[in-house]
Design a protein around this ligand. Structure first.
Ligand code: UDP
Length: 380
């Protein structure tokens, strides 16, 4: 890259938020975009790659299922990839027995050794939860118990949540529990309301390559950013990283939960029969076990006599942020950072890290498309 290169737009970070904005700005607004990325690859935490030993594609930062009910997002992303027909299911292993997740009629019948119909199961759970319906403290634990009762909570939710967040569920916001439905039917799809679902046929990396395929988009990997960054764009910088490090932690650190993974090749055709099994018991230090070949049943390695198995551990590590710990203290801190960052001239921000929000991929794409609509008027 020539030293004199001056982009119209500088984008910091190449996850969905940055890559979608780069695509729009280059293709629609005909602007010169420079993306800088601190890692040695594009795609943020959605990145996937093929394991060399097994030829199995795996998601480097944990299994990512693309799912959305947003027609606009679905139409948009399908211009850059084709999806397979994968539909996500999750199982949960409690005391050596495997149950269906999210909790559904099969989970309830199997756990309580019953043969309830949907209406009977609903009454049965209501009986267990009615005394908790008017819960006073709005936190994850109270919310969960008021929805599913103590037994199911203790078996499937309490330990998992504690391991995942490194905090007692009493100290977590109830909004996290809203991600998990309870169903009185045998529907075992993990994502119920969403119409569209799948895994990119050529892997996630391919989407990012296609999004940024434009002679007006340049990418510089292994490049760090700070507010004194040497390259000043003509119009705008779009920053997608955490706001606390950007502003030198002046209001203190925002807390994040991070993940670590242990990969292993097993000499068997099929290790666990599905892509993800959750481990809610505290005696297992890991939270889930991934077997990525199940994400691509259409591919050749699906039938090979070896498989890749990845254990997921939840850890505290502010350098590799995955999940925002969206409690009151952190939210207040984030608000201060947001206000401060919005005062910076020729500067925009967004995405899961900058917004400190538990976005799924489709929400991030939707946010990026909206951001583009806002900024395109300013850069004419
Ligand atoms: N959760 C749980 N048990 C499970 C699955 C999820 O207690 O078997 C809780 C846990 O607190 C988790 C939250 O529900 O953080 C959201 O789960 P989701 O599967 O949406 O998490 P993600 O896939 O985004 O990590």
């Amino acid at each position: 890259m020539s030293k004199l290169y001056k982009p119209d737009i500088l984008i910091v970070g190449s996850g969905f938020f940055g890559a979608v904005l780069a695509e729009r700005l280059a293709n629609i607004s005909n602007k010169k975009v420079l993306i800088i990325e601190r890692r040695n690859h594009i795609g943020g935490n959605s990145f996937s790659e093929v394991d060399k030993k097994t030829n199995i594609e795996y998601h480097k930062y944990g299994t990512h299922i693309f799912h959305t009910a947003n027609q606009k997002v679905w139409d948009y992303i399908n211009k850059f990839t084709e999806f397979n027909n994968y539909r996500h299911q999750v199982l949960s292993k409690h005391k050596s027995k495997v149950y269906q997740m999210p909790i559904n009629l099969e989970t309830i019948n199997s756990f309580f050794k019953k043969n309830f119909s949907p209406i009977e199961a609903e009454k049965f759970i209501l009986n267990k939860t009615k005394k908790f319906k008017n819960y006073k403290h709005k936190n994850f634990e109270d919310k969960a118990i008021s929805q599913i009762g103590k037994e199911l909570y203790n078996a499937f939710i309490k330990g998992y949540t504690q391991k995942q967040w490194g905090k007692k569920p009493k100290y977590l916001p109830e909004s996290i529990f809203n991600r998990l439905p309870i169903r009185y039917s045998y529907n075992e799809d993990y994502y119920q309301q969403t119409q569209y679902q799948g895994i990119p046929k050529n892997g996630y990396k391919d989407i990012f390559i296609n999004l940024t395929k434009n002679k007006n988009i340049r990418i510089k990997l292994k490049e760090k950013y700070n507010l004194k960054y040497k390259i000043k764009p003509r119009y705008l910088t779009i920053y997608t990283g955490p706001l606390d490090s950007l502003l030198n932690y002046k209001f203190g650190k925002l807390e994040w939960r991070s993940l670590s993974f242990k990969k292993e090749v097993k000499k068997t055709r099929d290790f666990q029969g599905t892509s993800v099994i959750n481990y809610p018991d505290l005696k297992n230090k890991f939270t889930r076990v991934h077997e990525p070949k199940h994400l691509h049943p259409e591919r050749k390695p699906f039938n090979s006599n070896q498989t890749l198995v990845i254990k997921e551990y939840s850890v505290k590590n502010d350098n590799e942020p995955y999940y925002p710990i969206n409690d009151e203290v952190n939210r207040i801190k984030h608000r201060k950072y947001k206000l401060e960052a919005s005062k910076i001239k020729k500067f925009e921000f967004g995405g899961r890290l900058a917004d400190y929000a538990y976005y799924d991929m489709d929400m991030t794409i939707s946010a990026a498309l909206k951001k583009f609509e806002q900024i395109k008027k300013k850069i004419k």
